[in-house]
Design a protein around this ligand. Structure first.
Ligand SMILES: [Zn+2]
Length: 286
């Protein structure tokens, strides 16, 4: 008798669970399930291929710097960056940097079995509420001229397209100038193909160390960080990471923070020659 009772009990519990689940799953949640499912690859490709918004003609500047850019008083982006002014309007970048490349980085992961989800542009998160699951999409955009100037931005919204727009807008407001050079003891060619010295960037638990590499070595780094360095115009680098590098956004931010450090280190005129340091854009490069 006892054995029979114990057999029955789990069934009862399961039955109860089913009932409970049925109670929760009302019409609203079923309707939202479609939104929750991952963005189809075709849609993602379309969103990726959309041109980055540039509103130069109808722009009415609101900040002092913006007015100067519109008047033509400031013609070089490096002037703004050297003065340490925060860029408040993305149109400044649109106007001063017409030849800008941009890309969305793969920060998300589609749902897949055995932990092998494909890396995707949009990272999806959900908030559980009484009304059901509220999904949000976030992404990271990188822009640059492949010649010493690079920007990175994070965007998050309820839909994919606004998230992308926000990311590009933020990347334009977050533009930095970098230093290039040849700090590799194996090379010593004095050309700005790599970085002049070792730098370290941190975000969360992730630490990214970038080291100068000899000419022709290429970018020995994780594939998404590679895109940032390509945008910045660095051709050869060695890297090392520590911490939870699986959290993509932290890894990318750590990489960007390392690039920021390139301008923070003080260098003398002797270093400039021996390491072949070039700051920002190289104008004579052809
Ligand atoms: Zn070299």
């Amino acid at each position: 008798m006892k054995a029979k009772a114990s057999e029955k009990k789990p069934e009862d519990v399961e039955a109860k669970k089913e009932i409970a689940e049925e109670d929760v799953s009302n019409v609203k949640i079923e309707a939202e399930k479609e939104v929750v499912s991952a963005v189809p690859i075709e849609v993602e490709e379309l969103i990726k291929a959309m041109p980055v918004k540039r509103e130069v003609e109808g722009w009415v500047p609101k900040t002092e710097t913006g007015k100067k850019v519109k008047n033509g008083e400031i013609k070089d982006i490096e002037e703004i960056l050297d003065m340490g002014i925060t860029i408040m309007e993305p149109e400044i970048i649109d106007m001063l940097m017409p030849e800008l490349s941009s890309e969305l980085l793969l920060v998300g992961q589609s749902k897949g079995k055995f932990g092998g989800g494909q890396r995707r542009v949009f990272k999806q998160t959900q908030k559980k509420t009484k009304e059901g699951n509220k999904p949000k999409f976030s992404t990271i955009a990188v822009i640059g001229n492949k010649n010493g100037i690079v920007g990175m931005g994070f965007g998050k919204a309820k839909e994919t397209v606004p998230a992308r727009e926000k990311a590009f807008r933020n990347s334009k407001l977050n533009v930095i100038k970098i230093r290039r050079g040849c700090g590799s003891w194996q090379c010593g060619c004095k050309n700005p193909h790599s970085i002049p010295f070792e730098v370290e960037g941190k975000e969360g638990s992730v630490i990214m160390i970038l080291k100068p590499a000899p000419k022709g070595k290429g970018l020995c780094i994780q594939s998404e960080c590679k895109k940032i360095l390509e945008m910045a115009g660095i051709k050869d680098v060695w890297s090392k990471t520590r911490g939870n590098t699986a959290s993509r956004s932290n890894l990318l931010m750590a990489c960007f923070n390392a690039l920021k450090k390139l301008m923070e280190v003080k260098t003398g005129p002797d270093h400039k020659e021996s390491l072949g340091i070039a700051e920002g854009m190289i104008k004579n490069e052809q």
